[in-house]
Write a protein that binds this ligand. Structure first.
Ligand SMILES: [Zn+2]
Length: 138
């Protein structure tokens, strides 16, 4: 997955976005914050440069927290239906992660790495064919 030209949005339709540009990384993140935001699973994300992801309808709500990495993370979600949409990280100012489940076609996703395996619960399957990291991509 080198490049994406896709649209996405939240479950209720209040927020729509376009992602058009190179995919810098495609990964699963098992950090504790992502578990909260997903309901238990890791977050499945594509990583893109901020200008290549544009909101075309609505305005997401956000929540700031201190991540396992020590960086500040800002997570964007629909304030009406709660769908997780994007995240930004103070350690990576130029990029945004897009939650794969919010793409109109999540089958576009081809993960290449799994991060924060040290935070994954023991019952969660790990894909050993992907690059695995105990911590984040710093
Ligand atoms: Zn919504």
């Amino acid at each position: 997955m080198q490049h994406v030209n896709a649209e996405g949005g939240c479950r209720c339709g209040a927020i729509r976005y376009r992602a058009h540009g190179p995919v810098l990384s495609a990964a699963a993140c098992h950090c504790r914050d992502c578990q909260y935001m997903s309901g238990g699973a890791p977050a499945y994300v594509i990583v893109m440069r901020k200008p290549t992801v544009q909101i075309i309808r609505g305005m997401p709500a956000h929540f700031d927290s201190l991540a396992d990495s020590g960086n500040r993370r800002r997570r964007y979600f629909c304030g009406t239906c709660g769908t997780p949409l994007f995240a930004e990280d103070s350690g990576f100012a130029e990029i945004v992660t897009v939650k794969v489940g919010s793409l109109d076609d999540p089958s576009l996703f081809e993960p290449s790495a799994e991060f924060w395996l040290s935070s994954a619960p023991p019952w969660h399957p790990i894909n050993r064919e992907l690059a695995g990291f105990e911590r984040g991509p710093t």
